[in-house]
Design a protein around this ligand. Structure first.
Ligand code: HPA
Length: 263
């Protein structure tokens, strides 16, 4: 059975409890060896990858984004559901709420954002008009429309981390039109598009951002809010995978046409 679906678990989502018959694999990629768990959900094979490693051992700026995305590609994954813990810039997006990302603003500093580094690989200026797969977003929104469990859009500001932001930075992000702040969606979403995979970001608000929150921020608060609400995220992922098929009716798979697919 082909492995068409991938789940990238962010902070607080380290184990694929929703899968059965789990096999642990090590995928060899040009960017290093990547541990991936493959299991079954609703009769479909799903690859699960813990972005921060087991027990949150890898900080955001040291994640092997290219290795992770290439590993999923090599396994044959076509559609990726990625979870992320985020701080909120809007009172209306409260801790415990889910948000389906639709745009990002990149405030990272030193991350490699491409597989196409010139030479034989060529150069790709990938389109980011709709960075998160519009069709996959629509399918998720249709599933959620019955019970209104998710904010339909959100602009994610990606910071370099691992520190939290200053209130001055958060004010600037609000002025820029940001809704949420996190440390990992970029370059993950960009790299997935470069390899022609559909990718959506499902964010869980774990706290109000610095200066909006009345208290200082702690990673503990993020982890606790995630733990208290993770079942919402898990049941959404289960419903989505149950309803998906492997057809890519969008343009995502054509994203690297200008440069040619790799490998
Ligand atoms: N800032 C950045 N990343 C985060 C936050 C935050 O407030 N909360 C969870 N991830």
């Amino acid at each position: 059975m082909a492995i068409n679906y991938g789940v990238i678990g962010g902070t607080g989502v380290y184990n694929p409890q929703i899968l059965t018959n789990i096999e642990e694999l090590t995928v060899e990629t040009p960017y290093g060896e990547i541990p991936v768990k493959v299991g079954v959900l609703s009769g479909k094979k799903v690859a699960f990858l813990a972005r921060h490693g087991q027990g949150h051992a890898i900080p955001p700026h040291k994640i092997n984004y290219r290795g992770n995305i290439m590993a999923l590609k090599q396994l044959g994954v076509k559609k990726i559901l990625a979870t992320q813990a985020v701080g909120s810039l809007r009172k209306t997006m409260a801790p415990g709420h889910l948000v389906l990302l639709d745009q990002f603003i990149d405030f990272t500093k030193g991350r490699i954002q491409t597989f196409y580094e010139g030479g034989e690989a060529g150069v790709l200026h990938v389109d980011m008009t709709q960075p998160y797969c519009p069709n996959l977003r629509e399918e998720i929104l249709a599933l959620c429309s019955r019970d209104n469990t998710i904010h339909k859009q959100g602009t994610y500001v990606c910071t370099e981390g691992p520190r939290f932001e200053t209130p001055a930075e958060i004010k600037m992000f609000v002025n820029w039109g940001g809704d949420l702040v996190g440390m990992t969606s970029v370059p993950e979403v960009v790299l997935a598009r470069e390899l022609g995979m559909c990718y959506v970001g499902i964010a869980m608000v774990t706290n109000y951002a610095a200066g909006i929150s009345e208290a200082n921020l702690t990673h503990q608060e993020v982890v606790e809010t995630m733990a208290n609400n993770v079942s919402k995220l898990q049941s959404l992922i289960m419903d989505v995978i149950a309803s998906l098929d492997e057809k890519q009716d969008c343009q995502c798979y054509l994203a690297n046409q200008e440069a040619g697919s790799l490998g």
